[in-house]
Design a binder for this molecule. Structure first.
Ligand code: ADP
Length: 177
């Protein structure tokens, strides 16, 4: 909540430093391997390009962890979660995507999914899916905004959900050496 309040006030005291985002992605996927296996979810990396961004490594890790955690949690047994990281050739814009084959998000829930304490219909029902505060995506949005980026979601009920984090472009890793 403090992070969200500071984000609102535009007073987040972060130094942005070069972060090797592919390594953060790799570590997150590694860290969630056990949870995914225990949940019966196939968690894999798709295309992961070497990408350097100006950012706060811990906060970016928090965003990735949150999206992967949600994807595993809501997809459940028999589902697939795929993480990708790409950088556009021309604009250098970076896109991190977390795609799942889960239940999807109802169209009426989508517009407020990034609002504080928002929890989709499925999540309010009783059962193992109820774990959560409804703050995760609001925090993700705050962190991404603080990096000058944008977080978006596409979802189809019964088919799955994809969250995309777009961060401003920086030169390719190789170009900095
Ligand atoms: P929490 O997970 O604590 O409920 P979040 O802010 O992380 O809160 O997510 C808000 C709501 O968005 C969730 O309660 C759920 O309804 C929906 N949601 C988030 N990620 C997914 C996903 N990958 N698949 C389906 N629903 C999701």
């Amino acid at each position: 909540l403090l992070l969200l309040a500071e984000s609102d006030a535009g007073t987040l005291p972060w130094d942005l430093v070069p972060v090797q985002l592919d390594q953060v992605v790799g570590k997150a996927v590694e860290m969630f391997a056990g949870v995914a296996e225990a949940t019966g979810v196939e968690l894999t990396c798709g295309r992961v390009q070497p990408v350097l961004v100006q950012g706060n490594g811990n906060r970016l890790r928090q965003v990735i962890n949150n999206l992967v955690d949600n994807a595993i949690k809501f997809t459940g047994m028999g589902g697939k979660v795929t993480v990708e990281l790409t950088q556009a050739d021309e604009t250098r814009d970076v896109v991190l995507s977390v795609r799942d084959t889960g239940p999807g998000i109802a169209p009426e829930d989508l517009p407020q999914i990034f609002e504080r304490f928002c929890r989709g219909d499925k999540s309010r029902q009783r059962g193992p899916m109820t774990r959560g505060s409804g703050l995760g995506l609001a925090i993700c949005r705050g962190i991404v905004a603080n990096h000058g980026g944008k977080i978006t979601v596409e979802s189809k009920v019964g088919a799955g959900t994809t969250f995309c984090v777009r961060l401003p472009g920086t030169p390719r890793d190789a170009e900095l050496r």
